[in-house]
Design a protein around this ligand. Structure first.
Ligand code: BV8
Length: 230
């Protein structure tokens, strides 16, 4: 199991108190996706979208990494081979939990992006629609988030690593959003072993060789212990 690729979703941060998307009381129950997570929604009402991410940024700052985040950091530190965490999450709980080799494929709520010159900088706690870019001074600041219809970040690197994976794990993701939901098929094509760690099977659960069921703060540390012992 030298090369391990781990995809995480909102479920790994749920026990840190951050809402998931598709639970009954989740983020998509409170906001229409097309209003707050699409470029069209941002163009239509930039204040609504910027405020949505201001709220998420404040909630993420209040949250603490949980035992699952910390277990993945321990795996990276102690595993003899390579460990890459690809997260769909925009919170910073993986890096605050100690993970270094990390890709935020859907962006990060602590980062701001200039829609005019592509400059990135650390987002202020509260962004406002029309904020100017510190590099080009245009009023084109936006949350550095990948919205629906936009290309996720570092896809070449992700696919290259999936092609060399010995083990692919998906933790706390419902498998509803592509291209992330297609990673398990890519890993299987590379001959990797696959495991899904979740409260219940995801929409792509049938594509995984193994399932570990239960809350991430219990299942992930036990899974890491077993991996490091093997
Ligand atoms: C793109 C913004 C193309 C950040 C998000 C086929 C191929 C390619 C694309 C598509 C396709 N079909 C459709 C598409 C388009 C679309 C898509 O997938 N639509 C879906 C709805 C059908 N995809 C896109 O638009 C993507 N872009 O494809 O671009 C392209 C090509 C060329 C040029 C340009 C563009 C972009 C997708 C990114 C969208 N941005 N968010 C933010 O606001 O946070 S997606 C959003 O949902 C999140 O980022 C998150 O990543 C994603 C998935 O949610 P999950 O993380 O899985 O969370 P969820 O609530 O759903 O599930 C939680 C899970 O945890 C559950 O399974 C639950 O059981 C579990 N759980 C809960 N508690 C626990 C737990 N598990 C363990 N322990 C617990 N305690």
């Amino acid at each position: 199991m030298s090369n391990i690729v781990i995809l995480t979703g909102a479920g790994i941060s749920a026990e840190s108190g951050l809402e998931t998307f598709r639970a009954e009381t989740g983020l998509w129950a409170q906001h229409r996706v097309e209003d707050v997570a699409t470029p069209e929604g941002f163009a239509r009402d930039p204040k609504l979208v910027v405020d949505f991410y201001n709220t998420r940024r404040a909630q993420a700052a209040e949250a603490a990494p949980n035992a699952a985040h910390k277990a993945l950091a321990r795996l990276e530190a102690e595993h003899s081979g390579r460990v890459l965490v690809v997260t769909q999450n925009v919170d910073a709980l993986h890096e605050r939990g100690g993970t270094r080799n990390l890709i935020h494929m859907h962006g990060a709520v602590n980062s701001a992006l200039c829609a005019a010159c592509d400059h990135r900088w650390e987002a202020p706690m509260v962004m406002a629609a029309g904020d100017t870019c510190p590099a080009c001074s245009q009023p084109a600041a936006r949350p550095d988030i990948v919205w629906f219809g936009e290309m996720p970040y570092q896809m070449d690197e992700i696919f290259e690593t999936l092609g060399q994976a010995d083990l692919f794990a998906a933790i706390g993701t419902s498998g509803n959003v592509y291209p992330a939901a297609g990673f398990v098929a890519e890993a299987r094509r590379a001959g990797a072993d696959t495991v899904e760690i979740n409260l219940e099977p995801s929409s792509v659960g049938s594509q995984f060789a193994r399932h570990i069921t239960g809350p991430a703060t219990q299942t992930v540390p036990a899974w890491v212990d077993a991996l490091l012992a093997s």
